[in-house]
Design a protein around this ligand. Sequence first.
Ligand code: UD1
Length: 429
Amino acid sequence: MTEASGEPRLLIRGGHRLEGQVAVSGAKNSALKLMAASLLAPGVSILHNVPDIQDVRTMQEVLEYLGAVVDFADGTLTVDTTAVQSQVAPYELVQRMRASIQIMGPLVARFGRARVPMPGGCNLGPRKIDIHLRGLADMGGVVRLDHGFVEVTAPKLHAIDMFLDYPSVGATENLLMAAVMAEGTTTLENVAREPEIVDLCKFLVSMGADIEGAGSSTIRVNGVDEMHPAEHTVLGDRIEAGTFLVAGAVTGGEVEVTGISPHVLDLFSSKLRSIGVQVHENTRSVKVRGDPAGYTTVDVSTLPYPGFPTDLQAQMMVLLSIAEGVSVVTENVFENRFGFVDELIRLGADIRVDGNHAVVTGGQSLTGAIVRCPDLRAGAALALAGLVAEGCTELREVYHIDRGYEHFEEKLQTLGAEVERTTAEPRHS
Ligand code: UD1
């Protein structure tokens, strides 16, 4: 049905060696939270280097629904939150994008109330929000679940000392945003250390927050009386960077990604080196060069930052499929994150999944086929497989890729890939 209705698809002809430089866009996983954080203070906040991707557009709709006035052009997003009145997020938008729940902390902090639909399960498995809710309840919030919504009310939040059960990115962010105006000093331990958390803290500090320890596993927040709007430039997207580095490596090319600090990809780069890819780092760029004929496999185990990012697991699996040897990939962050494996197998990969382990037998020659994107990162990974597969790969349900990659095929084309987007009726073969 989807393809018959002229849904966009990517046609990729594999076999081209990618060469050149690509500038990464602003990080999706930071921009979305900064947009939510703008709700903390009335007035006009300005964000630069915001990627024009579907998830950002969805968050824009969420903010507008709440009453904000948003202007987004040429990477600069201006949010005027003066007229925000509503504290209720609509079901359709939250179901479309789970990150919408990040408005909970800021809304409770500023208005004393937030009502947000419980995000359902998604194709990465059930994604709970128990840590978000426990923290908000400990801060004095009254949490109620009814009609599929979670409602938190708290005339005034107070500081807490909390050890998170798991360093959840989303919970860390929601609790940080709730704590900035809570009474007293909040100490959050075992928090997420992702670079996007550091970026959020920088923005919150420029809005008037008093935060220590961003980037470490303990963050202290001294509550302030009020926050004010601020201006901020979103940090570069390390997951997009990693995706293009794999594109260079799988095609035996030479690709440089610019606009990120190499340090945020430390473990990823070290895995690439173990495989046999040459990795060169500069202050604000990373370059790879390699010859797949000499690649050997390594085991990969995903973990919260600074561990190997779950958002680069699928892309890495493509590289491991063509490297010589057998490797074990262990997914520790999400359940059901091997949903793309069956599609990769259709392209010729040899992968056996057992629970959260995937055994990848490398050295395979991939051949083009029709495949569908099961989710955002898996979609990007299948595109990478298409770049190295012999013949034509037709990628369907690419709206997943559009959620998180800005100008995806244009950037690949700049590097020499033969890829085009089409909405023409598919020719069945
Ligand atoms: C964020 C990123 C996503 C990335 C992930 C892990 C955004 C928009 N998304 O997602 O791209 O893959 O971090 O790096 O930034 N969990 C609980 N209880 C909770 C919260 C989480 O059990 O209250 C579990 C989840 O079910 C999951 C794991 O913790 O298994 C990781 O989730 P979390 O770190 O919260 O990821 P997200 O913030 O959803």
